[in-house]
Design a protein. Structure first.
Length: 225
């Protein structure tokens, strides 16, 4: 995974109005600037419709928020792993809390991604399910308790044990798979705590996307990394 280093910050743009059209490019540029000045590895996950434009405009690893398992060809309206790779993405989130796939769905998407040389970060809602999805040999697992997503309290303060246990569960399957955590992560203290708990980074959205000053929020996030 040459384009990604750990500790890693993945910024999921989701589908917020702030990242429609030019907003996605502006946030990706802010991510690239902060990554460049700090040397910290930041990945941008723009909305699918902006993926190609963002990937060709910024020097920053870009991942999709989702891909489908379909093979290229007769697949109207589906998004293939190959097309996402060709658009310039290096990887994708899989099974995000807002786009659940089920175990069979995860398995087929991860296979499609491996076929297309696309990195995978499988999201899971608990420590147990983090261990369960590790059997698919993803490049990363991100544990995110759904009830904390989009809120003001970070998983690292509200549920630190879930991070510790997710790392343990994943590493029982394969100790080389990095585990990230997310939900409510907002600042540098949250990222510092995540790393102390054994995570290799964070997956976050609203703390950056909805910040008044997105660049400042990014600088704050990485200040202890
Ligand atoms: O994908 C990141 C996510 O679900 C967490 O969202 O807004 O709590 O950082 P947020």
């Amino acid at each position: 995974m040459s384009e990604i280093r750990f500790p890693l910050i993945i910024v999921n743009f989701k589908a917020y109005t702030e990242v429609e059209g030019e907003g996605a490019l502006a946030l990706a540029r802010a991510c690239a600037e902060v990554a460049g000045e700090s040397g910290v590895s930041i990945v941008a996950c723009p909305p699918m419709v902006e993926l190609g434009r963002v990937a060709s405009s910024v020097t920053l690893p870009v991942m999709a928020q989702h891909v489908d398992h379909k093979t290229p060809g007769s697949a109207t309206g589906w998004v293939t792993a190959e097309s996402v790779r060709r658009a310039g993405a290096i990887g994708t989130l899989v099974n995000h809390s807002e786009h659940r796939l089920g175990m069979e769905g995860i398995r087929s998407v991860v296979l499609a991604c491996k076929r297309a040389d696309l990195r995978t970060c499988i999201c899971a809602d608990s420590a147990n399910s983090s261990g369960e999805v590790a059997i698919f040999a993803p490049d990363m697992v991100a544990v995110e308790p759904p009830e904390l997503i989009g809120g003001d309290v970070s998983v690292t303060s509200a549920k630190p044990d879930i991070v510790i246990e997710a790392v343990r569960a994943v590493h029982q399957i394969d100790s080389s798979i990095p585990v990230l955590c997310g939900a409510g992560v907002k600042n540098g203290q949250d990222v510092k705590k995540a790393i102390e708990l054994g995570a290799k980074g964070v997956l976050l959205a609203s703390g950056v996307v909805k910040a008044k000053d997105q660049k400042q929020a990014l600088r704050d996030l990485i200040r202890f990394v």
